[in-house]
Design a protein around this ligand. Sequence first.
Ligand SMILES: *Cc1c(COP(=O)(O)O)cnc(C)c1O
Length: 396
Amino acid sequence: MTAFAHIPGHRFLHAPGPTHLHRAVLEAMGRQPLDHGDPRLPALVAACEDGLKKLMGSPQAHVFLYATNGHGAWEAAHANLFSVGDTVLIPGTGHFSESWAIQTEALGAQVIRTPWIEGFPLDPQVIEAALKADTEHRIKAVLTVHTDTASGMTNDLAAIRAAIDAARHPALFVVDVVASLGAAPFNMDQVRANVVIGASQKGLMCTPGLGFCGVDAQALDVARRNPNPRFYWDWIRRLGKESYFKFCGTAPQNLLMGMEAAFGLIAHEGIDQVFARHDRIARATQAAVQCWSRAGQFGFFSQVAAARSVSVTAITVAPGIDVEALRTVARERFQVAFAGGLGPMTGRMFRIGHLGDINEAMIMGCLGGIEAAFAVQGIPFESGLAAAARSLSQSI
Ligand SMILES: *Cc1c(COP(=O)(O)O)cnc(C)c1O
C-alpha cells in the first residue's frame, strides 16, 4: 500500500485538504534549519506573517502561528478569548460547525447552536434572532464557519456581519477560514472579523502542520483581560519580537519555509488571478456534476447554486452506491483520491476538492478518473467531461 514510488505519473490528490503541493514548496521545505540567532529566521517569520495579512485583507491584524492543525487553531482562539462557563453562538453550517461546537463544549463553554438545514447555507436572520433573544448579552462571540468543507458551501460573511450589527449585540465575530483562505475572496477588515482562524493544508498550498489566528485590537484586548489559564496558546506571551517567543519555543522552521514559498507563488500569480482560477475550476466541476446527475444517481448537496464553494464540490449519491468502494477504485486503479462524506453525510455523498495548487488539466484528469470508477462500479452516469471542457473554454 505504501509503495507509491512504483506508480508511474501523477497521482491526483483531490481531498479538500491536504492538497497537492507545488514543487517549489516541497523544495523550500527541504532546506537546512537555521540557528536561533540567524537573521534569516525573523525574515522568514515576517514573510509568512505578511503573506497571511495580505490574504486576510488586514494589514493591522496580529498573526499568531502555531505548529498545529485547524483544531489547534480553534483551541488557541478559545484559550485566549473564553473562560469556563462563557457562552458562545455557533450557527449550524454542517459537520465543521458541529465539530467546533463539540470542542468548544469540551473546553467548558456553553454553546448555543442554530439549526443546520441540510443543503442550505447560513440564514443571517436566524443569527440576528438568536442574538436579539440574548437580551443580557451573555453571548461572547459568534463562531462562524466561512466555507464548511463537509457541506461544500460558503456562507455570506458580509450578511452575517450585518446581522450582528442589526441585533446591536457586542459579541465578537470569530471566523473559520480554514477551507476558504487563498481560494475565495475574504477580507477581515471589510467584514470586521475580530478573529480569523486558518490552517496551512488547504487553500494555502502548504503541508499540514501550521495553524494560525489573525487577531484585531479588540480581540487582543479581550485576551489581555481574560483570566483563563493558558501558556502555549497565549497571544500576549507571543507578542515578543524573537521567534522563540512568537512560537513559545523553537519555530517550526521547515513548515514556515514551505509557507514562504507558497506565498511567493500566490504573489507571483496575483491574488485576484488565484481566486479567478478557483472559480473557473469549480465551475468546470459543477458542469460535470450537472451531467452526472442526469441519470438520477447523483446530485448537488448544495441546493443554492450561489453558495457552492470554489474549494470543494459536495455530491450526494443515490441509496445503494457504496462511496467507500468508489473511492477505493478511483484511488487504487485510476490514481484519483477524493473525499467521502463526514458526520451525518457519511456514505451519502462524496466530495471533490479543487483548491490550492491546481490547474485545468488536473481537474480534467480528476473528473476522468472518477468517471472511470463509476464505470467500474456499474453506476449509470452521463459523462461530464465535454461539459467541463466547454466550461473551461468559456471562462478566461
Ligand atoms: C479542515 C477544516 C478544519 C479542521 O482542520 P484540521 O487541520 O483538520 O484540524 C476546521 N474547519 C474547517 C472549515 C475545515 O475545512
